[in-house]
Write a protein that binds this ligand. Sequence first.
Ligand code: HEM
Length: 499
Amino acid sequence: METTTFFISLLVLFASLFYVFCKVIPSRPRQQAKDYQLPPGSTGWPIIGETLDYLRTARNGVPEKFVDDRKSKYSSLSSSAAATAGGLCKVFKTSLFGETMALLCSAAGNKFLFSNEKKLVKVWWPSSFQKILPADEAYRIRKHMYAFVKPDAVRKHIAVMDQITKRHFDTHWSTKMDRKEAIMFHSLAKKYALALSCKLFLNLEDPEVLAELEKTIGTIHAGMVSLPIDLPGTNFNIAIKASKKMMKEIESMVVQRKIDLMNLNLTDPEQTADVPQDLMSSLLLETFSDRAEVTAADMAKTLSGTIFPSYDTIINTLCATVIYLSELPLVYDAVLKEQMKIAESKDEGELLNWEDIQKMKYTWNVLCEVLRLQPPGSGTFREAITEFIYEGYLIPKGMKLHWNVFSTHKNPEYFPDPHKFDPSRFEGQGPPPFSYVPFGGGPRMCPGKENARVQMLVFMYNLVTRYKWEMVFPNEKMVVDPVSYSTHGLPLHLFSCKS
Ligand code: HEM
């Protein structure tokens, strides 16, 4: 009896609690997407949007101004959403490259975009870019490319990198020493970066083919930064044709390599020793998990999609580094000291190895500081694959999003005295998470980061241990209009390091 009474009382108690919860305490209605607003901001002029201001601030050497001006303008808003965000604007709306987009302007914003790939957002490129260089979104091929440039794979390429770098210096630099002739650093850096990528990815060394490819890439670049008008004779139209031509050429190299590989007995170690150890072979010899055919055209897309981003990024970082080292003798001396110590430990003709690279800590911090102040790209784009709320604002499905390195790289909140060149920022713990993002982050982070790091360190070693230099134009700077370049092509007078 007592037990029955107990259960009945329990039931009544639950029923009463349920009633109170549902009826007496008025339920808070779930907020609907329609209750939220788009982030504050302006879409500027029709079509052009705010692109001109974006490009102008970069051209004037203050790309951070585009973000900073808008951040302070929209931080003063007293909307409930801004209040939620602590009064500080963490996202604003703008219109760039013909698209309305949300620019997320904090380390937390970078983290949000990088960690929501394929959940809330996906990679997006302006259609003009995609028309010239159609991105390869086939992950099954891309993941094999990632494996080729991942850190332990890169270690196997150090000797080749050093060999190509030494050959480049012997051919193009040493003949011009002692004021015989100034070298044009920017154009030589292009030759160097292309020679190295083509060796690593296509086993291509023929100087004539390389020179032709360099011209084609120049044409493609010119089109990427021109007005996207696809009419005969425009830079844009010429670039589309140049890109198709480049793709066809790489495709025919893939077909030829496939024939060469088919003529080899790959179980015979003597014959496999002749197989070039490049990305092309590694893609052709891969057994794809789904066993579906991977065409030569698909491979050409992946190969050109690896060569292209590895080219301009390296060149611009090397140019900016040479300028900083010319202007900062203490930093130059410390780099020289570190590299000379490594050079002195090597036998005549001995190539660099992984142990040497690990000793280049200060030089890498210098390169990191260059990449903070003068990153070769200002950020990339994503597209919302579903509707979501960010910092109290609505991001509708299909809206484009932009993460911009200058939101954090030159922000005193993350980098005290942000305009000072200070490689010690990268010692110890380094910068706060997601504030330093020259290579992006998350699953779409630059897969070539380690390749780039080792390649640039190998270059710096050979540069400072062989030559001293003087800039022909001591005040020469890198400008962004809309891509980075040195104002005079960075001519340098070279002297032997031993003199
Ligand atoms: C200083 C040198 C470099 C910098 C600063 C850099 C930076 C970047 C950035 C910011 C992205 C976009 C990341 C994102 O959207 O989240 C990217 C993508 C990419 N980078 Fe690099 N990169 C460099 C060198 C290289 C090199 C040497 C390679 C090739 C070995 C390379 C291959 C790629 C590829 C293939 C992608 C596209 C990845 C994808 O779509 O998933 N990059 N890089």
